[in-house]
Design a protein around this ligand. Structure first.
Ligand code: IVH
Length: 678
């Protein structure tokens, strides 16, 4: 293929991929199989690699992220990013309607006064506000609200959100800004918390915090993996041709933006109220959180006449849903033991309808909260469902307390194994120290060990683990590797075939690389990424066991808490015995040879700039290899740069600069060869 053919094909592929992205992420109407989509994307990446002169930073291949934002640049908003005044009742809304009419000089007593007022009713998405700017149909910048006058440039992260178009279609204004909300769907939020729980990290409070936390992450590849989404709701700019807000939203939809299908144009405040009443109940069936309804005067001329106060527009108002609250009786307090031994007290309630579901249980969090609420069995309690998924108890109806109700005494022993509970200074929760024999801890650790991102033994499910533990066949992760087929066959629902699969799955796990073994053994606070960093730096289990706290603190991402947790893990004789067992079973306890290539002065005096995405190693790994071999990393190309280590999808600016300064370009393979040969 020659250059001009390649250019044509790249344009063609980009258009096709953009189209399918839009079908899938904006319209929710997939038009192609995942496999076919991947084929198109792969072809594009391949061509862009071969003809980097045609790679644009708005190419759909850039959605996977990879670029890192060291610090987010503050940028002023072209139009201040205001917020809305709030309302909480029907009266507040009638008041708003009256003020709008007054502001427009309408006589509220004259039923025939015209022109009429149309309102646009919208969902109030619970995420973080974002302003996206476009010029000539191309994405320019994404800026957070910040203080309303200036916000942070989060463009690199925003570009990974597939519902944010990078190239527009149709008849769009030459230059404009569109504002909306970036949010995390509940499903993605639950998945993240599940993983955090697995490594013993505190769960994120709600999808809103999770979304804003994610947008401030430095590594856009992680952002890309978090499934954020974005609805747009406000168009701004001098070139906007539409006459009303609703028309603008409909137009923006045709340019490729994701506009909520629930947005509704109505012509009276009564219809607004009906819309609110509908969504107050229906909101729980949405796949994301909303915290209210936004009401906007539709007509732009009317908006202009109403204008703004210092803080918010007079032509719009937010209606905030009340966190629904009910009162019900507390029947019993039970205590749950998590995988890490943390105890959570749970209120078992007389079932009651709340937020679209029947609530039977609510979290009581910890001993201090129980004490503070002074909640007792038999009490009538107020339960609320706010932004959080699990309902919470916010108070006791003391007027209904039975005088004979006994003060709640927090348990002293583990409800599962009877061990004496402990509470560490500074920690909110009690925990059960009997980690090697307390059943939920034993099972939880094994479940984590076999999970997909750890050893990935998918032939071993939670139920089978339960059976194996109950039958006394396994007590810890080390025992798994001693299992024989004959031992499995007597178990309930265990056929010859599944027993065989199980053993084969365990056998295959012996090939899982060291970094994942390190994650799988379940050291508290050591998640997937941390395990990778530690594995790269320390190189083997043996060396990790001997590492001092100071040495551990040298590793990126390892702070006091993690260092102490690692030390505590290996200080425990029972853990050391398990490690011994795993080593004898033949698990990967060292970095592979390819990963080991480090520790020389082969690159002494050389300065590297790394750009793009690589196949064999991550950028961090490459950086590390450079440093370990005596070379230097730099973020920008200058006369001092020895090599530009170029991966896929490298930014065109970097390429140009390198060419103009005569800096040598090398590929990942060249780099590996360089390390091997020099
Ligand atoms: S309009 C000048 N529409 O709620 C008008 N805001 O409390 C600007 N929000 O800062 C906002 N959904 O972050 C608007 N459909 C919607 C919204 C919405 C969520 C957020 C937004 C805003 C805050 C106001």
């Amino acid at each position: 293929m020659n250059a001009s053919e390649a250019e044509k094909r790249i344009v063609e592929l980009s258009e096709q991929i953009n189209f399918h992205n839009h079908q899938y992420y904006v319209l929710d109407q997939p038009s192609i199989s995942d496999f076919d989509f991947d084929q198109l994307l792969e072809e594009l990446i391949r061509l862009e690699k071969e003809f980097p002169q045609f790679l644009s930073d708005l190419s759909p291949s850039q959605r996977v992220g990879g670029a890192v934002t060291k610090s987010f640049k503050a940028v002023p908003h072209k139009y201040p990013m205001l917020s809305l005044s709030n309302s909480y009742s029907k009266e507040d809304l009638l008041d708003f309607d009256r003020k709008v009419k007054e502001g427009l000089g309408m006589n509220t007593l004259d039923l025939f006064s015209s022109p009429n007022i149309n309102y646009v009713c919208e969902l109030k998405f619970d995420g973080l506000s974002i302003g996206l700017s476009y010029a000539n149909g191309l994405f320019q910048q994404a800026v957070t609200r910040g203080d309303g006058v200036q916000g942070d440039d989060v463009s690199t992260n925003a570009k990974t959100i597939r519902s944010i178009p990078l190239q527009l279609k149709g008849d769009f204004p030459k230059s404009f800004e569109i504002r909306g909300e970036i949010f995390m769907p509940r499903k993605s939020f639950e998945a993240i918390n599940k993983e955090r729980e697995e490594i013993g990290d505190a769960p994120l409070a709600n999808p809103r915090n999770a979304a804003s936390g994610t947008m401030k992450m430095q590594d856009s590849a992680v952002v890309a993996s978090r499934n954020l989404d974005c609805y747009l709701y406000y168009l701004l700019g001098e070139d906007v041709a539409q006459l009303s807000h609703y028309e603008s939203l409909q137009a923006a939809k045709t340019w490729g933006f994701k506009i909520s299908e629930h947005t509704k144009l109505v012509s009276s405040i009564e219809e607004v109220i009906a819309f609110i009443e509908h969504w107050d109940k229906e909101r729980f069936n949405l796949p994301f959180d909303i915290d209210g309804i936004v009401i906007k005067v539709d007509d732009y001329k009317q908006q202009l006449r109403l204008g703004f106060t210092a803080k918010s527009p007079r032509w719009a108002i937010a209606y905030k849903f009340k966190a629904e609250q009910v009162s019900t009786q507390l029947l019993e307090i039970t205590y749950q033991v998590g995988r890490t031994g943390a105890i959570t007290p749970v209120a078992n309630l007389q079932p009651v309808a709340l937020g679209g579901t029947m609530v039977k249980r609510a979290s009581l969090h910890n001993a201090d909260i129980i004490e503070k609420l002074d909640v007792r069995v038999g009490d009538f309690v107020f339960v609320e469902k706010g932004g959080e998924i699990i309902p919470k108890i916010i108070g006791v109806d003391f007027s209904k307390r039975n005088p004979a109700a006994e003060k709640t005494n927090y348990i002293t022993n583990c409800p599962e194994c009877d061990a004496l509970l402990q509470r560490l200074e500074g920690e909110a929760n009690h925990f059960c120290p009997n980690d090697s024999a307390c059943p939920p801890q034993v099972k939880g650790r094994i479940e984590h060990f076999v999970s997909r991102k750890a050893m990935n033994i998918d032939s071993l499910g939670a139920e089978t683990i339960d059976q194996l533990v109950k039958a006394g066949l396994i007590h810890n992760i080390g025992d798994l590797f001693q299992l024989r087929k004959e031992q499995l066959l007597p178990l309930e629902r265990m056929a010859e075939k599944s027993a065989q699969n199980l053993i084969a799955g365990i056998e295959a796990a012996k090939m899982v690389p060291f970094e994942r073994v390190l994650y799988a053994i379940g050291i508290r606070h050591v998640g997937e990424t941390t395990a990778k960093k530690i594995a790269k730096k320390v190189k083997s289990m043996q060396l990790l066991m001997q590492a001092s706290k100071e040495e551990l603190l040298q590793i990126d991402e390892v702070g006091e808490t993690i260092a102490e947790s690692i030390a505590a893990y290996f200080a425990d004789e029972k853990n050391r015995a398990i490690i011994q067992q795993l080593m004898q079973a033949g698990l990967q306890f060292e970095l592979s040879e390819a990963q080991q290539q480090a520790g020389s002065d082969k690159l002494q005096g050389l300065t590297f700039v790394i750009s793009g995405v690589f196949n064999k190693y991550s950028r961090d790994q490459l950086k590390e290899m450079i440093e370990l071999n005596g070379g230097k990393n730099s973020g920008s190309i200058s006369g001092k740069t020895s090599y530009l280590l170029a991966g896929e999808n490298m930014g065109p600016e970097k390429l140009k600069k390198a060419q103009s300064l005569g800096v040598k370009l090398i590929s990942e393979d060249d780099f590996i060869a360089l390390l091997a040969n020099t």
